[in-house]
Ligand binder design. Structure first.
Ligand code: BYC
Length: 330
């Protein structure tokens, strides 16, 4: 498997001969599908890549609450409000499991938050797009959570134990999220002509940003080769994007919605849909901080961090007092 990987994607991955004894042993464990646990020896690059990917994912869960939280007070019915509230709370939970998984690699949650707020760590590009109306909440659940699951189901088999275990629970909840999004889209798409128009408009705006969630095309992906050799990633970005398109097109057809891509068509020979690539220059602009909502999202997170300072201080003071009392009693 490892040899195959190096041959197919090559770049930047050490050959067995270039590895130290420890690295070879580590790679053998990964190849044998053994889970790597926090106290095990691991290459520094493995630790760093995991921290980057897990934290980026955790930040995405937390920032991802913002575009949806925006509609909790305006949900059309009490039932929809309760469902959306539960979903947004789930995202906070996902962030928590992931921050805990990252902490097992020797970095604190505070440090990770600071890196998000100073812009040195990323979160998913998708959350820099606005949710303009209720149909967008359907599109986010269906397309964004749908893309997230496509990426996250294989990550249940990732080589790092705490990450893979966090992912198992997250995936269960994400499936519910995707279904609730599709349910909203079904109501809208089968509703009045105005509701159908809104559903189509949401689809038009979220389709390409959802495709971008899988990251740059394989030829431009910086980390894929090494991350796949270490089984931090199980599939390439393009493989997952293709799977997502193949899964989503029939769902859109069932809704009676049109995918905003005139070149989308079924390819008999490959057994997959051919589709147009997203505008990668837009993707890189969003990554640089120039998406429609980058500034607003980071401002909201900075405000939440500052507003929560008194809670963190209070908890620390309480913990210190308890520790002092315990020491005095000993
Ligand atoms: N957004 O070498 P590549 C969710 C960066 S869903 C921003 O291919 P990699 C949720 C990448 O970090 C979303 N940045 O990278 C859903 C790298 O830059 P750096 C979260 C992106 O890591 C619903 C550069 O581009 N899911 O949470 O091998 C509701 C080159 O890319 C993006 C995850 O994070 C992007 N879309 O592959 C609430 C899943 N794509 O770091 C919440 C775990 C790429 O070198 N993550 N970049 O400066 C992964 O599977 C991988 O990290 C990715 C990227 C497939 C995303």
């Amino acid at each position: 498997m490892y040899a195959q990987m190096v041959k197919s994607t090559g770049k930047g991955v050490k050959s067995r001969e270039e590895m130290t004894e420890e690295e070879r042993h580590f790679q053998d464990r990964v190849d044998a599908d053994e889970k790597i646990e926090p106290k095990d020896w691991m290459p520094e690059g493995y630790r760093k890549t995991l921290i980057r990917q897990i934290a980026q994912h955790a930040h995405s869960e937390v920032v991802g609450q913002l575009p949806e939280g925006n509609w909790i007070t305006r949900a059309p019915t009490l039932e929809r409000k309760a469902i959306l509230l539960a979903k947004v709370q789930d995202e906070a939970g996902h962030g928590l499991y992931l921050y805990c998984a990252a902490e097992t690699l020797g970095i604190s949650r505070d440090e990770l938050t600071e890196k998000l707020l100073d812009g040195s760590m990323k979160y998913s590009s998708i959350f820099n797009y606005p949710t303009l109306n209720w149909a967008d909440i359907g599109a986010v659940g269906w397309l964004v959570d749908g893309a997230a699951i496509m990426n996250q189901v294989p990550l249940q088999r990732t080589s790092y134990g705490p990450y893979s275990r966090a992912m198992i629970r997250i995936c269960k909840e994400e499936s519910f999220h995707q279904r609730q999004g599709y349910d909203i889209m079904m109501k809208m798409a089968k509703g009045t002509p105005e509701q159908k128009r809104m559903a189509q408009d949401a689809m038009n705006r979220f389709w390409y940003p959802a495709l971008m969630m899988f990251g740059p095309s394989d030829k431009d992906s910086v980390h894929s080769a090494q991350s796949m050799a270490w089984k931090i990633k199980i599939n390439t970005n393009d493989e997952l994007r293709q799977k997502f398109v193949d899964q989503t097109v029939p769902q859109a057809e069932y809704l009676g919605l049109t995918i905003p891509d005139p070149d989308l068509k079924w390819n008999e020979e490959t057994g997959h849909y051919d589709f147009s690539e997203p505008d990668w220059s837009e993707f890189y602009e969003v990554l640089k901080g120039n998406g429609p909502c980058n500034t607003e999202r980071l401002e909201a997170r900075r405000k939440a961090w500052d507003d929560g300072a008194w809670v963190r201080d209070g908890l620390m003071a309480h913990a210190e007092k308890r520790a002092a009392r315990r020491t005095a009693a000993e």
